[in-house]
Design a protein. Structure first.
Length: 101
C-alpha cells in the first residue's frame, strides 16, 4: 500500500541548532551562483547556496522526495547525478553520485 506522506523535512523538525559540524570537507559559500537542476523531466535554474566536493545545498521552490535522484550542473561541475538527502524551508541538500553518461 502506498503512503500519502512526503518526506520533505517537516515530519522531523529540528528544534536544536547543530552543535557540531561533522562534515569531513569544507563547504564553499556561493550565494550569487546559479545551477541547473533537472527535476522530473524539466530543467530549472536554482540558487546555489554552497557546494563541496561531495554535495551541494540549493534553494528550490519544488519539493522532491528524499532519496530521489536528479541531475545537477553548475559552472564548477559537469552534469552529474545527485541524490536528495534532505529538504527544509525551501532548501535542498544533495549528494553527488557521479557523472551522467
Amino acid at each position: 500500500m502506498a503512503s500519502n506522506f512526503i518526506l520533505d523535512g517537516s515530519i522531523i523538525p529540528r528544534r536544536v541548532k547543530r552543535m557540531f559540524d561533522q562534515r569531513s570537507e569544507p563547504r564553499i559559500d556561493c550565494p550569487a551562483d546559479k545551477a541547473i537542476l533537472s527535476f522530473r523531466g524539466q530543467d530549472h535554474v536554482v540558487q546555489l547556496v554552497n557546494q563541496s566536493a561531495s554535495g551541494a545545498m540549493i534553494r528550490f521552490e519544488r519539493t522532491p522526495n528524499i532519496g530521489e535522484t536528479l541531475r545537477f550542473r553548475s559552472q564548477e561541475r559537469a552534469s552529474e547525478r545527485a541524490q536528495v538527502r534532505w529538504v527544509r524551508d525551501g532548501k535542498i541538500g544533495l549528494t553527488f553520485l557521479g557523472k551522467v553518461g
